[in-house]
Design a protein around this ligand. Structure first.
Ligand SMILES: Cc1ncc(COP(=O)(O)O)c(C=O)c1O
Length: 398
């Protein structure tokens, strides 16, 4: 046999891309369910609601009307216009529907297109961690270098300006911000964003601002896009999407918005990768933005009630430390080292209590080893029961 033959050898750029740890827990939970046990799912980062009818109806009509062929590379003009108007309405931001908005295949594609368009070998992408794992994976796929910036409970998992200043070099091509934040629920306020603006001024850093949880804020917190602060608009690419706030995760619909000089290169990548987003679901996107405010608000209120219920239960224990989340639908819980690693504890909770949570290492390979993410995108009874079981599991181990 010829030792040099290895047909299945993946490209080098894949070698540092880790498989998703969220998936691993989910797969084990499915096995436990197959063995006949009910599992409470706190690991999944998607709403448990159905997509509102008004959105489905508009889409079904588009399909019946024959909107089944390729569309423009940038997305249907009617949806680009709806996104542009939405950003104007919600953040006071002006983007031309003509060439400053791209409809994407989920927010994930918006992240990938942006990173592929601007980052390559030798470029650094600053990623505050814990973080949704795709930023780092996309940076690695692009051949760029992720620079991981630790977020800590001391600052309620908000970017520490001094640490950000220290992380930026002349190689920094992109700084990722996610507000409201997965996995911690932290929301960046105006004062902090102004400090960030001051830090990146005069550098080559593009801000990749993931705002997919922008509508999911609680307790009177306001979501503010970094692009709406100081002079950040000129260097910011906004990533948004329908998955979380409109319960449309399976529709794979999102957007990218920014100055045309930043959006055009992303469109060039799109032309040769996915061509265009699927056409008929885009009509659902228009209905979501223009005709589903009350349905979206109802879901937000339900998340807010669950969050309050969860915080009430957590207030009665002192094993986990956390920052009360202002947005998204996650709780990021830190626990003492005596309870083992995040992976060990997540497995113990799953095997013994049949509750699936995500180990913090899925979001931060080093810093997350004593944290768990709990998603409250599940019914309130499951949420209360699951949290009680988690507390039982850790209390029995103390
Ligand atoms: C912060 C963040 N951005 C983007 C996404 C992906 O969104 P989409 O399903 O629209 O690709 C997720 C999904 O969990 C997320 O948590």
């Amino acid at each position: 046999m010829n030792a040099t033959i290895d047909i299945a050898r993946p490209a080098d750029r894949l070698s540092d891309v880790r498989p998703s740890a969220i998936r691993a827990i989910f797969d084990r939970a499915v096995q436990i369910e197959k063995a006949g046990h009910a599992v409470i799912h706190f690991e999944i980062g998607r709403p448990d609601f159905d997509t509102p009818e008004v959105i489905k109806d508009a889409t079904a009509k588009a399909l019946a009307d024959g909107l089944v062929h390729y569309g423009p590379n940038a997305g249907l003009p009617v949806l680009r216009a709806a996104i542009s108007e939405y950003l104007q309405r919600s953040q006071g931001l002006e983007y031309s529907a003509e060439d400053e908005v791209l409809v994407t295949i989920g927010a994930n594609e918006a992240v990938l297109l942006s990173i592929l368009a601007f980052c390559g070998p030798g470029d650094e992408v600053v990623i505050p961690v814990p973080a949704w794992p795709a930023y780092e994976a996309c940076a690695r796929l692009a051949g760029a270098t992720p620079v991981l910036l630790p977020l800590t409970l001391d600052t309620e998992y908000k970017v520490d300006p001094a640490a950000l200043r220290g992380a930026i070099t002349e190689k920094t091509r992109m700084v990722v911000l996610c507000t409201p934040h997965n996995p911690t629920g932290a929301v960046l306020d105006q004062a902090l964003l102004e400090e960030i603006a001051e830090i990146v001024r005069g550098t080559n850093a593009i801000i990749l601002s993931d705002e997919i949880y922008g509508e999911l804020v609680y307790g009177g917190t306001r979501h503010l896009s970094p692009a709406a602060v100081a002079d950040l608009k000129e260097r910011t690419l906004i990533v948004g999407g329908f998955a979380k706030s409109w319960a449309m995760d399976g529709w794979r619909l999102g957007w990218l918005a920014g100055p045309r000089d930043l959006v055009r290169p992303a469109l060039r990548v799109r032309q040769f990768t996915t061509t265009c987003p699927p056409t008929f679901p885009q009509i659902g996107g228009v209905a979501a933005l223009n005709s589903a405010d009350s349905e979206r608000e109802e879901m937000r209120q339900e998340f807010e009630s669950r969050r309050s219920a969860a915080l009430e239960i957590l207030a009665q224990q002192d094993i986990f430390s956390y920052a009360a989340p202002d947005g998204a639908f996650y709780l990021y819980l830190s626990f003492p080292e005596t309870l083992g690693t995040a992976h060990e504890l997540a497995l113990k909770i799953l095997e013994e209590q049949h509750v699936a949570v995500v180990p913090g290492t899925a979001f931060d390979i080093d810093g997350g080893s004593h944290s768990l993410r709990v998603s409250y995108a599940c019914g309130i009874d499951d949420l209360k029961e699951g949290l009680r079981r988690i507390i039982t599991a850790v209390s029995s181990q103390e």
